[in-house]
Design a protein around this ligand. Structure first.
Ligand code: NAD
Ligand code: 6OD
Length: 499
């Protein structure tokens, strides 16, 4: 919690009653407004100005203009310094960002303080560091006449990058894309999720304070189809598109952008497996799987919704995981002791509850949960569900195949390593996996067989921002992270000089 120690931090958070678009360094309203709802009690936090096609045009135009201004003339050193200043400005507003993220998402304050906001600052610092040291290729080439030529590449920005993000880790995921895009010299127009508009808007203030020129960072609010999301994706002056969200939405966006042939990066859904071997460190594995299933109320794309446990420890494992799930403190996100908050919306709760019902219809044994908790206070108007564990489903069941995105997992037993690998890989998704064993050779062997973008061994969601991040199959296209981000957010111009 770096920001918590910052002497000149801004401690007071005044909830934004009206959330506006941010275009060319100015906050602007829209023709229509929609409500920003607190998922913990269903109350309306703010009215959000929706950007229509004209405002999206204005944002893209501002971003184009900024490419031609001082931002476009700055070298890497200046840009990198400004990114660090954005990180400083986030840390100075640490409590404001935490409060806004908690109000928008309902996530526990301890989670937003430990994960979301520190990671946002870390994203800017990581790409500030990286762009300063990023090399490009160079080759000495032999010509047909036996002379030589020098090939070297120069890195150039793509131009205006359109960024669309989801609601589960709003600031973390937005800055994960904004930071490398700016590091490479692009300008951006971001459309945060309609469920969580606040922190992208607060980030505008941090950008201003860091001296990021007007038009470099623009925010448009709204929905997907027929709204700001679609207008941004189909805009002819947007040079590249990066999207995080559902696989189905990715498919729609892909069609939208196809007409203008632009680079796309897609970070999409998952139906991630965890494989637990009998030789694992039992207690830390149970705790690790508890986090992998229930963190952020199961609303992390990397969460494990399928847990495969070697038969000799299956019963004991299920019993201990049940205890851990029942021990999770659900409650007000503002209480420091709360470990699990609500789901994001009434609509998403309907979806998760429909899977809870479907699981029973598909023949699941309900180990724990499966319903809605009762608090006897205002939280009953919030969108809470119980942490839930199932066993006994067939591997072909919809609840084992489809992403639910809630605090729920199915636990199944396996007898051999081959069987575990085969069940884990039997999915159209391919985002993340985890393997839990004290046999390091087996850890390597199994990890290398996972058809995913990221495999953790004896841990989960342990991040190094230099590593590649992305998915296979329905889980995405391309990789971001470290140099992969720099390569996506820039074009290389190879220069060949005959010597
Ligand atoms: P979503 O796809 O419903 O929405 C994501 C964003 O896309 C929102 O801003 C939304 O307004 C916008 N959008 C929707 N339709 C659009 C359209 N036609 N054109 C342009 N924009 C459109 O996803 P969500 O419900 O916000 O997020 C949850 C999903 O995101 C889950 O599937 C989760 O696995 C996935 N996710 C993946 C990653 C990853 O890194 N792979 C990270 C977080 C979340
Ligand atoms: O840690 C990250 O960089 C990242 N993109 C996490 C995604 C989490 C999905 O909900």
């Amino acid at each position: 919690m770096r920001g918590a120690q910052t002497a000149d931090r801004i401690p007071e958070f005044t909830p934004l009653k009206s959330i506006q678009n941010y275009i060319d360094g100015k906050f602007v309203g829209g023709k229509r407004e929609f409500a920003d709802v607190n998922p913990a009690d269903g109350s309306v936090i703010a009215q959000v100005a929706e950007a229509g096609a004209e405002l999206v045009d204005a944002a893209v135009e501002a971003a184009r203009k900024a490419l031609r201004g001082e931002w476009g003339r700055w070298g890497v050193r200046e840009r990198a310094a400004r990114l660090n200043r954005v990180a400083d400005a986030i840390e100075k507003r640490f409590d404001c960002f935490v409060a806004a993220e908690v109000a928008d998402t309902g996530k526990p304050i301890r989670l937003a303080s430990k994960l979301d906001v520190p990671r946002a600052a870390a994203n800017f610092r990581a790409f500030s560091d990286l762009i300063k040291t990023a090399g490009v290729e160079a080759f000495q080439t032999e010509t047909p006449e036996g002379k030589s030529a020098l090939n070297y590449a120069v890195r150039k920005p793509l131009g205006v990058v359109g960024i669309i993000t989801p609601w589960n880790l709003p600031l973390l995921l937005l800055t994960w894309k904004v930071a490398p895009a700016l590091a490479c010299g692009n300008t951006v127009v971001v459309k945060p999720s309609e469920e969580t508009p606040a922190t992208a808007t607060l980030l505008a203030e941090a950008m201003r304070e860091a001296g990021i020129p007007d038009g470099v960072y623009n925010v448009v609010h709204g929905f997907g189809p027929g709204s700001a999301g679609e207008f941004l994706m189909k805009h002819p002056d947007v040079n590249a598109v990066t999207f995080t969200g559902e696989s189905q939405t990715g498919a729609v966006i892909m069609k939208t952008v196809a007409a203008s042939v632009k680079p796309v990066s897609f970070e999409l859904g998952g139906k991630n497996a965890a494989i637990v071997f009998a030789d694992c460190d039992f207690e830390s594995t149970v705790n690790g799987i508890r986090d992998a299933v229930f963190l952020n109320t199961g609303q992390v794309c990397l969460c494990a919704e399928r847990v495969y446990v070697e038969r000799p420890i299956f019963e004991k494992f299920v019993k201990m995981l049940k205890q851990e799930a029942e021990r999770l403190r659900m409650g007000s996100p503002l209480e420091a002791s709360t470990e699990m908050g609500p789901l994001i919306s009434a609509q998403h709760r309907e979806k998760v509850l429909s899977y809870y019902k479907l699981a029973r219809e598909e023949g699941a044994t309900v180990v724990t949960g499966g319903g809605v908790p009762e608090f006897g206070n205002a939280l009953d108007r919030g969108f809470y569900v119980q942490p839930t564990i199932y066993t006994g489903l067939k591997e072909t069941a919809r609840c084992v195949k489809e992403e639910i995105f809630g605090p729920v997992c199915h636990v199944a037993a396996f007898d051999t390593e081959e069987e575990a690998v085969s069940m884990a890989n039997d999915t159209k998704y391919g985002l993340a996996a985890s393997v839990w064993t004290n046999d390091l050779k087996r850890g390597h062997r199994v990890a290398q067989q996972m058809n995913v973008g990221i495999t953790w061994v004896n841990c989960w969601f342990l991040r190094d921002l230099r590593t590649s991040f992305g998915g296979v199959g329905l889980s995405g296209i391309g990789r971001e992270g470290g140099m992969h981000s720099l390569n996506f957010y820039s074009e290389l111009n190879n220069i060949c000089i005959r010597l």
